[in-house]
Design a protein around this ligand. Sequence first.
Ligand code: UDP
Length: 326
Amino acid sequence: MKNQHLLVTGGAGFIGSHLVDALLAAGHQVTVLDDLSVGKVQNFAHQVDRPHFKFEQGSMLDVPLVARLVGGVDAVYHLAAVVGVKYVVEDPLHGMCVNVRGTENLLEAAARRRCKVVLASSSETYGKSTQVPFREEDNTVLGSTAAPRWSYALSKLLDEHLAFAYFRQEQLPTAAVRYFNAYGPRLDPRGYGSVIAKFIGQALDGKPLTVYGDGEQTRSFTFVGDIVRGTIAAMDTPESVGLAFNIGNPREITINTLAQTIRDAVDPRLDIVHIPYAQAYGAAFEDSPRRLPDVSRAEKILSFTAEVPLEEGLPQTILWFKEHSQ
Ligand code: UDP
């Protein structure tokens, strides 16, 4: 599908800005809506002079603005959200409000126009399920409301429910992409607290790398280029509607191994220290022990497979941090 006008909400963010680069390179016209709470002008500064690029600073909670922007496009990538457990633990009210009300605003506007919406969701939606690898139709296991952490997963699940309800009841074409621990250049250490950004930042500062818990928890880190390809495939594949897709690299790695790999790549003399969860996140924090995607649905329906191994993606990310650390 060429020469479409696309809205990317959250297009100034880490993943969003890479998505914008790919869409412009493919010949589309792109409008970005971002409130710059986490997103940064530097992430799209190289695109501002292009005639097919437009930036609007604004909030997903601004109903007339969202309606106006959606009214002028052919399809929407909805990535604007308060992202990441750290942020949501710090301010659950804001997180839930932006993530749920903002998505509602978007879907309502899109339903009037019947334009396809691809919603950015998260592997966090599987919660603390131990039934790995995670398949999209599996049960979700979330903790109690005493632990604010789960409000992030819940907000994303509610977003998915909303999107699929609009599909079934309002014939709005929607699909959801569940990202598995995205990383790569432009990852913001203050942005959403990703462990990779944190470890690289610590190592470049010559500080010890802080592993939480025993470090044997695993994640399936996915390079941002793969994340973007999977997201575009969900938009471009008509059969994606009404479905959620795991967009992830099916290789898992422990946080201990990740810390050692980053330490060895930056400065092998640095220490790795273990910090109890309670000290890192406060009381009532529960971590997901393993995060491994079953990628068969994305492979079958979207013809998508993650291609960039950590051995390739991590050096690119470290290099970017070296070049951009002040
Ligand atoms: N983590 C860690 N040290 C840090 C930050 C995070 O050991 O300084 C751990 C965290 O407890 C989790 C994993 O790294 O087990 C991934 O955390 P992140 O916040 O990147 O993403 P999550 O997958 O938990 O959403």
